[in-house]
Design a protein around this ligand. Structure first.
Ligand code: ZN
Ligand code: ZN
Length: 263
């Protein structure tokens, strides 16, 4: 059995055909998924899906790309995280990919927002879901300054080279790989897939984005995390079952949940 550690099934294209999405998960032995929040405006749809389905969990956070959405405070994140299905804070982090004429100095609002999330993680003792793009040094620096390692968490949709993974592992973080690992051009990610200690590895879809081969370019959904898992098993020369069991165990361990029978 596989677990999708990061998806957005409350987004259009998935939310409107949720029964089929959940059926397909079952067909592909994907037993659980974490539906990740990207802003406070759409958080109710995340919490609603998680409340209605035993095998779907939720997080609370505001994505670094969602610039003009309502800014969360530590107190507000802490309050929202009291929902019984909320198991993590995020997604949060830094994204300098689209600076659009600005400099990194202009992105202080992102760094402040990131610190707010780390402080909420401390207050709730829940792990962080961290997004980093074109910003690895600042991401790791702020994690260290704010002691993100106290709660730990996951570097999601990881696409940085191995030395960055090593620095995140040193800070008590897991590494989660998406369908990008199956792309021909993703030599760096495949290298990371082979080197991450098995007890720190997670898998995800980030659906509806980033469908793995053989669905590359098509809409993605949690069922396809099975392709991500099988590809990584091949890279590590282990069986699909071993890879599935390890990443599933890691998911329940990181988020402080009881591992279900059969995992
Ligand atoms: Zn992300
Ligand atoms: Zn995401």
């Amino acid at each position: 059995m596989f677990v999708d550690s990061h998806c957005h099934i409350n987004f259009e294209g998935l939310a409107d055909r949720l029964p089929q999405v959940l059926d397909k998960m079952r067909e592909h032995a994907v037993t659980h998924a974490l539906c990740v929040s990207v802003d406070l405006e759409t958080l109710p749809s995340v919490l609603d899906i998680a409340a209605r389905h035993d095998n779907i969990y939720a997080s609370v956070g505001v994505h670094p790309d969602h610039e003009h959405m309502r800014e969360p405070s530590v107190a507000e994140l802490v309050e929202l995280a009291k929902h019984p299905k909320v198991i993590a804070i995020g997604e949060t982090g830094l994204d300098y990919y689209r600076l659009e004429g600005r400099t990194i100095d202009d992105m202080e609002w992102q760094r402040e927002r990131f610190r707010t999330h780390i402080r909420a993680a401390h207050a709730t003792k829940k792990p962080l879901i961290i997004h980093t793009r074109a910003s690895a040094d600042d991401t790791l620096r702020i994690m260290a300054e704010e002691r993100a390692g106290d709660t730990g968490g996951v570097m999601h949709c990881f696409t940085e080279p191995w030395p960055v993974a090593e620095r995140a592992l040193e800070q008590n973080f897991y590494i989660s790989l998406s369908g990008i690992v199956t792309f021909k051009s993703a030599a760096d990610v495949q290298d990371v897939a082979r080197r991450v200690p098995l007890d720190r590895l997670l898998i995800e879809t980030d659906s509806p984005y980033l469908a793995p081969v053989p669905y590359r370019g098509k809409p993605n959904e949690p069922a396809y995390v099975s392709y991500v898992g099988r590809f990584i098993a091949q890279q590590r020369e282990m069986t699909d079952e071993e890879l599935a069991a390890a990443t599933t165990r890691n998911f329940f361990q990181l988020f402080g949940l009881q591992t279900p029978a059969g995992a």
